[in-house]
Design a protein around this ligand. Structure first.
Ligand code: NAG
Length: 500
Protein backbone atom coordinates (compact mmCIF):
# COMPACT_ATOMS: atom_id res chain seq x y z
CA UNK A 1 0.00 0.00 0.00
CA UNK A 2 1.07 3.59 -0.44
CA UNK A 3 1.98 5.66 2.58
CA UNK A 4 -1.19 7.66 1.95
CA UNK A 5 -3.37 4.54 2.20
CA UNK A 6 -1.49 3.57 5.34
CA UNK A 7 -2.21 6.96 6.88
CA UNK A 8 -5.89 6.71 6.02
CA UNK A 9 -6.19 3.19 7.44
CA UNK A 10 -4.28 4.15 10.54
CA UNK A 11 -6.46 7.22 11.01
CA UNK A 12 -9.59 5.05 10.93
CA UNK A 13 -8.23 2.23 13.08
CA UNK A 14 -6.36 4.41 15.53
CA UNK A 15 -9.34 6.67 16.14
CA UNK A 16 -11.54 3.61 16.61
CA UNK A 17 -9.02 2.21 19.10
CA UNK A 18 -8.87 5.44 21.07
CA UNK A 19 -12.65 5.85 21.12
CA UNK A 20 -13.46 2.20 21.56
CA UNK A 21 -16.27 2.01 24.06
CA UNK A 22 -18.97 -0.46 24.99
CA UNK A 23 -22.25 0.34 23.25
CA UNK A 24 -25.20 1.93 25.04
CA UNK A 25 -27.28 -0.82 26.56
CA UNK A 26 -24.26 -3.03 27.26
CA UNK A 27 -24.58 -4.21 30.87
CA UNK A 28 -21.89 -4.50 33.53
CA UNK A 29 -22.33 -6.47 36.73
CA UNK A 30 -20.67 -8.56 39.39
CA UNK A 31 -21.39 -12.05 40.67
CA UNK A 32 -21.33 -14.33 43.68
CA UNK A 33 -22.76 -17.76 44.54
CA UNK A 34 -24.84 -18.80 47.53
CA UNK A 35 -22.51 -21.32 49.18
CA UNK A 36 -19.48 -19.10 48.64
CA UNK A 37 -20.89 -16.02 50.38
CA UNK A 38 -24.01 -16.65 52.44
CA UNK A 39 -22.80 -18.64 55.44
CA UNK A 40 -25.70 -19.29 57.84
CA UNK A 41 -25.52 -22.90 56.78
CA UNK A 42 -27.73 -24.12 59.62
CA UNK A 43 -30.02 -21.19 60.44
CA UNK A 44 -33.76 -21.41 60.51
CA UNK A 45 -35.05 -24.44 58.60
CA UNK A 46 -32.38 -24.52 55.89
CA UNK A 47 -31.60 -28.08 54.80
CA UNK A 48 -28.14 -29.60 54.46
CA UNK A 49 -26.58 -29.49 51.01
CA UNK A 50 -23.70 -31.40 49.43
CA UNK A 51 -21.21 -28.64 50.22
CA UNK A 52 -22.20 -28.58 53.89
CA UNK A 53 -21.71 -32.34 53.93
CA UNK A 54 -18.46 -32.28 51.95
CA UNK A 55 -16.60 -29.67 54.02
CA UNK A 56 -17.74 -31.17 57.32
CA UNK A 57 -16.99 -34.79 56.46
CA UNK A 58 -13.84 -34.28 54.36
CA UNK A 59 -11.99 -31.26 55.76
CA UNK A 60 -8.75 -32.43 54.10
CA UNK A 61 -10.32 -31.85 50.67
CA UNK A 62 -10.18 -28.09 51.27
CA UNK A 63 -6.65 -26.69 51.12
CA UNK A 64 -6.94 -24.61 54.31
CA UNK A 65 -9.50 -26.95 55.91
CA UNK A 66 -12.00 -24.09 55.98
CA UNK A 67 -15.77 -24.21 55.40
CA UNK A 68 -18.52 -21.97 54.09
CA UNK A 69 -20.32 -22.14 57.45
CA UNK A 70 -19.98 -18.38 57.80
CA UNK A 71 -18.17 -17.34 54.60
CA UNK A 72 -18.90 -13.62 53.95
CA UNK A 73 -22.00 -13.86 56.14
CA UNK A 74 -24.00 -12.37 53.28
CA UNK A 75 -27.09 -13.98 54.73
CA UNK A 76 -26.88 -11.25 57.38
CA UNK A 77 -24.83 -8.64 55.49
CA UNK A 78 -26.61 -8.50 52.14
CA UNK A 79 -27.36 -4.81 52.59
CA UNK A 80 -23.61 -4.14 52.73
CA UNK A 81 -23.22 -6.12 49.52
CA UNK A 82 -25.84 -3.97 47.83
CA UNK A 83 -23.96 -0.84 48.90
CA UNK A 84 -20.77 -2.19 47.29
CA UNK A 85 -22.70 -2.74 44.07
CA UNK A 86 -24.13 0.78 44.22
CA UNK A 87 -20.61 2.18 44.70
CA UNK A 88 -19.49 0.27 41.61
CA UNK A 89 -22.23 1.72 39.35
CA UNK A 90 -23.10 -1.75 38.07
CA UNK A 91 -26.28 -2.51 36.16
CA UNK A 92 -26.89 -5.91 37.71
CA UNK A 93 -25.95 -8.34 40.46
CA UNK A 94 -25.73 -12.01 39.61
CA UNK A 95 -26.27 -14.20 42.69
CA UNK A 96 -27.55 -17.72 43.22
CA UNK A 97 -30.35 -19.21 45.29
CA UNK A 98 -29.42 -21.96 47.70
CA UNK A 99 -31.84 -24.74 46.78
CA UNK A 100 -31.87 -26.14 50.32
CA UNK A 101 -32.46 -22.71 51.85
CA UNK A 102 -35.61 -22.34 49.77
CA UNK A 103 -36.66 -26.01 49.80
CA UNK A 104 -35.24 -27.58 52.98
CA UNK A 105 -35.90 -31.16 51.82
CA UNK A 106 -34.94 -30.47 48.21
CA UNK A 107 -38.52 -31.24 47.16
CA UNK A 108 -41.06 -28.56 46.43
CA UNK A 109 -43.90 -29.59 48.71
CA UNK A 110 -42.47 -27.42 51.51
CA UNK A 111 -41.09 -23.93 50.90
CA UNK A 112 -39.09 -22.29 53.67
CA UNK A 113 -40.72 -19.02 54.70
CA UNK A 114 -37.34 -17.78 55.90
CA UNK A 115 -35.58 -18.70 52.66
CA UNK A 116 -38.31 -17.14 50.55
CA UNK A 117 -38.11 -13.94 52.59
CA UNK A 118 -34.30 -13.77 52.37
CA UNK A 119 -34.15 -13.82 48.58
CA UNK A 120 -37.22 -11.60 48.30
CA UNK A 121 -35.56 -8.97 50.49
CA UNK A 122 -32.35 -9.16 48.49
CA UNK A 123 -34.20 -8.76 45.20
CA UNK A 124 -36.28 -5.85 46.50
CA UNK A 125 -33.19 -4.22 48.00
CA UNK A 126 -31.39 -4.37 44.66
CA UNK A 127 -34.33 -3.05 42.68
CA UNK A 128 -34.75 -0.17 45.13
CA UNK A 129 -31.22 0.92 44.14
CA UNK A 130 -31.81 0.43 40.44
CA UNK A 131 -29.73 -2.75 40.24
CA UNK A 132 -31.14 -5.63 38.25
CA UNK A 133 -31.11 -9.05 39.93
CA UNK A 134 -29.82 -11.88 37.73
CA UNK A 135 -30.59 -15.12 39.50
CA UNK A 136 -28.80 -18.45 39.16
CA UNK A 137 -30.89 -21.39 40.31
CA UNK A 138 -28.06 -23.86 40.72
CA UNK A 139 -24.51 -22.97 41.63
CA UNK A 140 -23.40 -26.39 42.91
CA UNK A 141 -25.13 -26.69 46.29
CA UNK A 142 -27.43 -29.66 45.75
CA UNK A 143 -29.73 -30.59 48.66
CA UNK A 144 -28.16 -33.59 50.40
CA UNK A 145 -31.42 -35.62 50.39
CA UNK A 146 -31.36 -35.50 46.59
CA UNK A 147 -27.72 -36.57 46.55
CA UNK A 148 -28.69 -39.49 48.76
CA UNK A 149 -31.03 -40.57 45.96
CA UNK A 150 -28.25 -40.42 43.39
CA UNK A 151 -28.09 -36.69 42.73
CA UNK A 152 -27.37 -35.75 39.13
CA UNK A 153 -26.97 -39.43 38.15
CA UNK A 154 -30.67 -40.07 38.88
CA UNK A 155 -32.83 -39.30 35.82
CA UNK A 156 -35.64 -38.06 38.10
CA UNK A 157 -33.54 -35.06 39.05
CA UNK A 158 -34.56 -33.10 35.96
CA UNK A 159 -38.15 -33.10 37.28
CA UNK A 160 -37.06 -32.20 40.81
CA UNK A 161 -35.08 -29.30 39.39
CA UNK A 162 -38.01 -28.10 37.32
CA UNK A 163 -40.22 -28.25 40.45
CA UNK A 164 -37.68 -26.09 42.26
CA UNK A 165 -37.49 -23.70 39.31
CA UNK A 166 -41.28 -23.33 39.37
CA UNK A 167 -41.18 -22.28 43.03
CA UNK A 168 -38.52 -19.66 42.26
CA UNK A 169 -40.34 -18.34 39.16
CA UNK A 170 -43.57 -18.12 41.15
CA UNK A 171 -41.92 -16.25 44.00
CA UNK A 172 -39.68 -13.88 42.04
CA UNK A 173 -40.62 -14.01 38.36
CA UNK A 174 -42.43 -10.68 38.59
CA UNK A 175 -39.15 -8.98 39.53
CA UNK A 176 -36.39 -11.18 38.07
CA UNK A 177 -36.10 -10.92 34.29
CA UNK A 178 -32.89 -12.86 33.67
CA UNK A 179 -32.50 -16.40 34.96
CA UNK A 180 -29.51 -18.72 34.81
CA UNK A 181 -30.69 -22.28 35.36
CA UNK A 182 -27.36 -24.04 35.89
CA UNK A 183 -23.87 -22.72 36.47
CA UNK A 184 -21.00 -24.58 34.79
CA UNK A 185 -22.19 -28.13 34.11
CA UNK A 186 -18.63 -29.22 33.36
CA UNK A 187 -17.54 -28.41 36.89
CA UNK A 188 -20.61 -30.07 38.42
CA UNK A 189 -20.13 -33.24 36.41
CA UNK A 190 -16.46 -33.52 35.54
CA UNK A 191 -14.92 -32.22 38.76
CA UNK A 192 -17.73 -33.37 41.06
CA UNK A 193 -17.39 -36.92 39.71
CA UNK A 194 -13.59 -36.78 39.81
CA UNK A 195 -13.47 -36.71 43.59
CA UNK A 196 -12.26 -33.13 43.83
CA UNK A 197 -15.33 -31.20 44.90
CA UNK A 198 -18.75 -32.08 46.32
CA UNK A 199 -20.25 -34.64 46.11
CA UNK A 200 -16.73 -36.10 45.90
CA UNK A 201 -17.61 -39.15 43.83
CA UNK A 202 -15.20 -41.04 41.61
CA UNK A 203 -16.88 -41.95 38.35
CA UNK A 204 -15.10 -40.20 35.53
CA UNK A 205 -16.40 -41.07 32.08
CA UNK A 206 -19.51 -42.78 33.43
CA UNK A 207 -21.13 -40.92 36.34
CA UNK A 208 -19.84 -37.71 34.80
CA UNK A 209 -21.74 -38.43 31.55
CA UNK A 210 -24.96 -39.41 33.34
CA UNK A 211 -24.62 -36.12 35.18
CA UNK A 212 -24.01 -34.26 31.92
CA UNK A 213 -27.16 -35.64 30.36
CA UNK A 214 -29.36 -34.96 33.39
CA UNK A 215 -27.99 -31.49 34.04
CA UNK A 216 -28.80 -30.57 30.46
CA UNK A 217 -32.29 -32.04 30.71
CA UNK A 218 -32.89 -30.25 34.01
CA UNK A 219 -31.98 -27.01 32.31
CA UNK A 220 -34.26 -27.75 29.35
CA UNK A 221 -37.24 -28.62 31.56
CA UNK A 222 -36.80 -25.45 33.58
CA UNK A 223 -36.50 -23.49 30.33
CA UNK A 224 -39.63 -25.01 28.76
CA UNK A 225 -41.57 -24.49 31.97
CA UNK A 226 -40.71 -20.80 31.99
CA UNK A 227 -41.45 -20.48 28.29
CA UNK A 228 -44.89 -22.00 28.69
CA UNK A 229 -46.14 -20.69 32.05
CA UNK A 230 -44.19 -17.54 32.85
CA UNK A 231 -42.75 -15.91 29.75
CA UNK A 232 -46.13 -14.75 28.44
CA UNK A 233 -46.71 -12.60 31.53
CA UNK A 234 -43.15 -11.75 32.62
CA UNK A 235 -41.20 -11.61 29.35
CA UNK A 236 -37.97 -12.67 31.03
CA UNK A 237 -35.04 -14.59 29.57
CA UNK A 238 -33.63 -17.95 30.60
CA UNK A 239 -30.47 -19.85 29.73
CA UNK A 240 -27.58 -21.62 31.41
CA UNK A 241 -23.96 -20.60 31.69
CA UNK A 242 -21.08 -22.84 30.68
CA UNK A 243 -17.48 -22.77 31.79
CA UNK A 244 -15.35 -22.38 28.68
CA UNK A 245 -11.61 -22.39 28.52
CA UNK A 246 -10.10 -21.59 25.17
CA UNK A 247 -7.75 -24.14 23.65
CA UNK A 248 -4.82 -23.78 21.30
CA UNK A 249 -2.78 -26.60 19.78
CA UNK A 250 0.66 -26.97 21.38
CA UNK A 251 2.16 -27.73 17.94
CA UNK A 252 0.89 -27.88 14.38
CA UNK A 253 0.42 -31.64 14.83
CA UNK A 254 -2.16 -31.05 17.54
CA UNK A 255 -4.76 -29.12 15.57
CA UNK A 256 -7.17 -32.02 15.14
CA UNK A 257 -6.80 -33.13 18.75
CA UNK A 258 -7.54 -29.59 19.88
CA UNK A 259 -10.82 -29.67 17.96
CA UNK A 260 -11.72 -32.94 19.70
CA UNK A 261 -10.92 -31.37 23.08
CA UNK A 262 -13.36 -28.56 22.25
CA UNK A 263 -16.09 -31.10 21.50
CA UNK A 264 -15.58 -32.67 24.94
CA UNK A 265 -15.03 -29.57 27.00
CA UNK A 266 -17.23 -26.96 25.30
CA UNK A 267 -19.56 -28.47 22.72
CA UNK A 268 -20.69 -31.38 24.91
CA UNK A 269 -22.64 -28.76 26.83
CA UNK A 270 -23.50 -26.41 23.95
CA UNK A 271 -24.29 -28.53 20.91
CA UNK A 272 -27.48 -30.09 22.36
CA UNK A 273 -28.88 -26.61 23.09
CA UNK A 274 -27.42 -24.11 20.64
CA UNK A 275 -26.77 -26.05 17.43
CA UNK A 276 -29.46 -26.26 14.78
CA UNK A 277 -29.32 -30.08 14.64
CA UNK A 278 -29.23 -30.71 18.41
CA UNK A 279 -27.94 -33.80 20.23
CA UNK A 280 -24.39 -34.61 21.25
CA UNK A 281 -21.59 -33.28 19.06
CA UNK A 282 -21.31 -36.05 16.43
CA UNK A 283 -17.49 -36.33 16.60
CA UNK A 284 -17.60 -36.80 20.36
CA UNK A 285 -20.48 -39.24 20.23
CA UNK A 286 -18.57 -41.38 17.69
CA UNK A 287 -15.33 -41.17 19.67
CA UNK A 288 -16.84 -42.29 22.98
CA UNK A 289 -18.98 -45.01 21.36
CA UNK A 290 -15.93 -46.49 19.67
CA UNK A 291 -13.75 -46.27 22.76
CA UNK A 292 -16.51 -47.86 24.87
CA UNK A 293 -16.68 -50.73 22.36
CA UNK A 294 -12.92 -51.23 22.52
CA UNK A 295 -13.13 -51.32 26.31
CA UNK A 296 -15.72 -54.11 26.13
CA UNK A 297 -18.60 -51.92 27.30
CA UNK A 298 -22.04 -53.20 26.24
CA UNK A 299 -23.04 -49.67 25.21
CA UNK A 300 -21.52 -46.23 24.94
CA UNK A 301 -20.64 -44.62 28.25
CA UNK A 302 -22.18 -41.43 26.85
CA UNK A 303 -25.92 -42.02 27.31
CA UNK A 304 -28.01 -41.20 24.24
CA UNK A 305 -30.86 -38.69 24.09
CA UNK A 306 -34.29 -39.79 22.92
CA UNK A 307 -35.70 -37.85 19.98
CA UNK A 308 -38.07 -36.11 22.38
CA UNK A 309 -35.24 -35.09 24.70
CA UNK A 310 -33.26 -33.79 21.76
CA UNK A 311 -36.16 -31.61 20.68
CA UNK A 312 -36.75 -30.32 24.20
CA UNK A 313 -33.09 -29.31 24.49
CA UNK A 314 -32.62 -27.85 21.04
CA UNK A 315 -33.22 -24.10 21.19
CA UNK A 316 -33.79 -24.00 24.96
CA UNK A 317 -32.10 -20.64 25.37
CA UNK A 318 -32.74 -16.91 25.18
CA UNK A 319 -29.03 -16.01 25.36
CA UNK A 320 -25.73 -17.89 25.46
CA UNK A 321 -24.05 -17.63 28.87
CA UNK A 322 -20.36 -18.27 29.29
CA UNK A 323 -17.81 -18.09 32.08
CA UNK A 324 -14.24 -17.64 30.97
CA UNK A 325 -10.94 -17.45 32.82
CA UNK A 326 -8.06 -18.89 30.87
CA UNK A 327 -6.58 -20.45 27.73
CA UNK A 328 -4.60 -23.70 27.62
CA UNK A 329 -2.59 -25.56 25.05
CA UNK A 330 -3.38 -29.13 23.97
CA UNK A 331 -0.98 -32.01 23.26
CA UNK A 332 -1.27 -35.80 23.39
CA UNK A 333 -0.03 -37.49 26.55
CA UNK A 334 3.19 -39.43 26.06
CA UNK A 335 2.84 -43.22 26.44
CA UNK A 336 2.38 -43.96 30.15
CA UNK A 337 2.35 -40.27 31.06
CA UNK A 338 0.24 -39.45 34.10
CA UNK A 339 -2.66 -37.11 33.37
CA UNK A 340 -3.65 -35.08 36.43
CA UNK A 341 -7.17 -35.38 37.77
CA UNK A 342 -7.94 -31.68 37.83
CA UNK A 343 -10.25 -30.53 35.05
CA UNK A 344 -7.53 -28.17 33.95
CA UNK A 345 -4.71 -30.73 33.87
CA UNK A 346 -5.95 -32.77 30.93
CA UNK A 347 -8.60 -35.13 29.63
CA UNK A 348 -8.10 -38.84 30.30
CA UNK A 349 -10.92 -39.67 27.92
CA UNK A 350 -8.89 -38.21 25.06
CA UNK A 351 -5.38 -38.91 26.34
CA UNK A 352 -4.70 -35.19 26.41
CA UNK A 353 -2.42 -33.07 28.57
CA UNK A 354 -3.01 -29.33 28.90
CA UNK A 355 -0.14 -26.86 28.97
CA UNK A 356 0.57 -23.22 28.33
CA UNK A 357 2.73 -21.06 26.13
CA UNK A 358 5.76 -19.75 28.02
CA UNK A 359 4.82 -16.15 27.20
CA UNK A 360 1.46 -16.38 29.00
CA UNK A 361 1.76 -14.90 32.50
CA UNK A 362 0.96 -17.35 35.29
CA UNK A 363 -1.22 -16.67 38.34
CA UNK A 364 -1.47 -18.18 41.81
CA UNK A 365 -3.62 -21.04 40.45
CA UNK A 366 -1.65 -23.69 38.59
CA UNK A 367 -4.32 -23.97 35.88
CA UNK A 368 -4.76 -20.28 35.26
CA UNK A 369 -2.69 -18.39 32.67
CA UNK A 370 -3.40 -14.90 31.38
CA UNK A 371 -4.09 -14.86 27.66
CA UNK A 372 -6.80 -12.30 26.90
CA UNK A 373 -6.80 -13.02 23.14
CA UNK A 374 -8.33 -16.39 23.97
CA UNK A 375 -11.56 -14.72 25.03
CA UNK A 376 -11.96 -12.98 21.67
CA UNK A 377 -11.26 -16.25 19.83
CA UNK A 378 -13.81 -18.04 22.01
CA UNK A 379 -16.48 -15.41 21.40
CA UNK A 380 -15.90 -15.47 17.65
CA UNK A 381 -16.07 -19.28 17.62
CA UNK A 382 -19.41 -19.20 19.44
CA UNK A 383 -20.85 -16.98 16.74
CA UNK A 384 -19.36 -19.15 13.99
CA UNK A 385 -20.91 -22.27 15.45
CA UNK A 386 -24.20 -21.09 16.84
CA UNK A 387 -25.04 -18.00 14.84
CA UNK A 388 -25.94 -14.51 15.90
CA UNK A 389 -27.01 -15.37 19.45
CA UNK A 390 -26.77 -12.75 22.21
CA UNK A 391 -23.81 -13.71 24.40
CA UNK A 392 -23.72 -12.88 28.07
CA UNK A 393 -20.36 -13.21 29.82
CA UNK A 394 -21.49 -14.44 33.23
CA UNK A 395 -18.05 -14.69 34.86
CA UNK A 396 -14.54 -13.42 34.24
CA UNK A 397 -11.89 -12.45 36.75
CA UNK A 398 -8.52 -13.10 38.34
CA UNK A 399 -7.49 -14.83 41.57
CA UNK A 400 -4.64 -13.75 43.79
CA UNK A 401 -3.57 -14.29 47.39
CA UNK A 402 -5.51 -11.24 48.49
CA UNK A 403 -2.48 -9.73 50.17
CA UNK A 404 -2.75 -6.29 48.61
CA UNK A 405 -5.65 -3.89 48.24
CA UNK A 406 -3.62 -2.33 45.44
CA UNK A 407 -4.34 -5.17 43.03
CA UNK A 408 -2.90 -3.69 39.85
CA UNK A 409 -2.58 -7.14 38.17
CA UNK A 410 -6.35 -7.59 38.52
CA UNK A 411 -6.96 -4.16 36.99
CA UNK A 412 -4.67 -5.13 34.11
CA UNK A 413 -6.49 -8.44 33.73
CA UNK A 414 -9.90 -6.78 33.52
CA UNK A 415 -8.69 -4.09 31.13
CA UNK A 416 -7.01 -6.55 28.79
CA UNK A 417 -9.91 -9.04 28.77
CA UNK A 418 -12.48 -6.28 28.30
CA UNK A 419 -10.45 -4.95 25.39
CA UNK A 420 -10.78 -8.36 23.73
CA UNK A 421 -14.53 -8.26 24.33
CA UNK A 422 -14.61 -4.91 22.52
CA UNK A 423 -12.64 -6.39 19.64
CA UNK A 424 -15.06 -9.32 19.46
CA UNK A 425 -17.95 -6.86 19.28
CA UNK A 426 -16.14 -5.16 16.38
CA UNK A 427 -15.83 -8.63 14.82
CA UNK A 428 -19.63 -8.71 14.86
CA UNK A 429 -20.21 -10.90 17.91
CA UNK A 430 -23.33 -9.82 19.81
CA UNK A 431 -21.97 -9.60 23.37
CA UNK A 432 -24.64 -8.01 25.56
CA UNK A 433 -23.25 -8.12 29.09
CA UNK A 434 -20.19 -8.72 31.23
CA UNK A 435 -19.95 -10.03 34.78
CA UNK A 436 -16.93 -9.64 37.02
CA UNK A 437 -16.19 -12.59 39.26
CA UNK A 438 -16.37 -11.72 42.01
CA UNK A 439 -18.01 -8.92 43.94
CA UNK A 440 -16.01 -9.94 46.98
CA UNK A 441 -13.52 -12.49 48.28
CA UNK A 442 -15.35 -15.66 49.21
CA UNK A 443 -15.10 -19.38 49.89
CA UNK A 444 -13.28 -20.57 46.78
CA UNK A 445 -14.30 -24.24 46.92
CA UNK A 446 -11.29 -26.54 47.31
CA UNK A 447 -8.96 -23.53 47.66
CA UNK A 448 -10.85 -22.34 50.73
CA UNK A 449 -10.03 -18.71 51.47
CA UNK A 450 -6.51 -18.89 50.04
CA UNK A 451 -7.50 -17.97 46.51
CA UNK A 452 -9.22 -14.61 46.22
CA UNK A 453 -11.19 -13.22 43.32
CA UNK A 454 -12.78 -10.23 45.01
CA UNK A 455 -13.08 -6.70 43.71
CA UNK A 456 -13.52 -6.21 47.45
CA UNK A 457 -11.29 -7.62 50.14
CA UNK A 458 -13.07 -9.45 52.95
CA UNK A 459 -11.48 -9.75 56.39
CA UNK A 460 -12.39 -13.31 57.32
CA UNK A 461 -10.70 -12.95 60.71
CA UNK A 462 -13.22 -10.35 61.79
CA UNK A 463 -16.68 -11.21 62.96
CA UNK A 464 -17.92 -8.26 60.90
CA UNK A 465 -16.44 -9.75 57.70
CA UNK A 466 -15.40 -6.20 56.82
CA UNK A 467 -15.48 -5.47 53.10
CA UNK A 468 -12.93 -3.05 51.61
CA UNK A 469 -12.70 -1.89 48.03
CA UNK A 470 -9.58 -2.89 46.15
CA UNK A 471 -8.10 -0.80 43.37
CA UNK A 472 -9.93 -3.09 40.93
CA UNK A 473 -13.31 -2.10 42.42
CA UNK A 474 -12.56 1.55 41.71
CA UNK A 475 -11.41 0.75 38.20
CA UNK A 476 -14.46 -1.37 37.49
CA UNK A 477 -16.76 1.35 38.85
CA UNK A 478 -15.26 3.79 36.34
CA UNK A 479 -15.67 1.32 33.47
CA UNK A 480 -19.27 0.60 34.40
CA UNK A 481 -20.03 4.33 34.52
CA UNK A 482 -18.27 5.39 31.32
CA UNK A 483 -18.22 2.15 29.29
CA UNK A 484 -14.59 3.06 28.60
CA UNK A 485 -11.82 0.66 29.63
CA UNK A 486 -9.37 3.55 29.88
CA UNK A 487 -11.57 5.58 32.21
CA UNK A 488 -9.85 7.57 34.96
CA UNK A 489 -10.45 6.57 38.56
CA UNK A 490 -9.29 7.43 42.06
CA UNK A 491 -7.80 4.90 44.42
CA UNK A 492 -6.61 5.83 47.88
CA UNK A 493 -5.11 3.08 49.91
CA UNK A 494 -5.62 5.09 53.08
CA UNK A 495 -7.96 2.72 54.81
CA UNK A 496 -5.52 -0.16 55.17
CA UNK A 497 -7.07 -3.28 56.51
CA UNK A 498 -6.02 -5.71 59.14
CA UNK A 499 -4.64 -8.80 57.47
CA UNK A 500 -3.68 -6.98 54.29
C1 NAG B 1 -24.65 -24.16 63.49
O1 NAG B 1 -23.32 -24.49 63.15
C2 NAG B 1 -22.34 -23.92 64.00
C3 NAG B 1 -21.00 -24.28 63.42
O2 NAG B 1 -20.83 -23.66 62.18
C4 NAG B 1 -22.53 -24.41 65.41
O3 NAG B 1 -21.59 -23.80 66.27
C5 NAG B 1 -23.95 -24.09 65.88
O4 NAG B 1 -24.17 -24.67 67.14
C6 NAG B 1 -24.96 -24.63 64.90
N1 NAG B 1 -26.29 -24.14 65.26
C7 NAG B 1 -27.35 -24.92 65.29
C8 NAG B 1 -28.63 -24.24 65.62
O5 NAG B 1 -27.30 -26.11 65.09
Amino acid sequence: MTWMQAVIICAAVCVAAAERRFPEGFKFGAATASYQVEGAWNVSDKGENIWDRFVHSRPEAISDRSTGDVACDSYHRWQEDIQLLVDMNVDFYRFSISWSRLLPTGFSQRVSADGARYYGDLIDGLLAKGIEPIVTLYHWDLPQPLQDLGGWANPMISDWFADYARVAYNLYGDRVKTWVTINEPTVICDIGYNNLIAPGLESEGRGSYLCTKHVLLAHAKAYRLYERDFKPKYQGQVSLTNHMMWFEPATEQDVELTELVKTLSIQRYCHPIFSSEGGWPPALERYIAEKSREEGEPRSRLPPFTQEEKEMLRGSYDYLGLNHYTTRTVRPAAPGEHIGTHLFDGFKELGVVLGAKPEWPTTMSHWFMVHPEGLRALLVSMKQQYGDVPIFIMENGLSDTGADLDDQPRVDYYRSYLEQVLLAIEDGVRVVGYTAWSLLDNFEWMDGYQSRYGLHHVDFSSELRTRTARRSARYYAAVARTKDIHAQYQFNKTNTVKGV
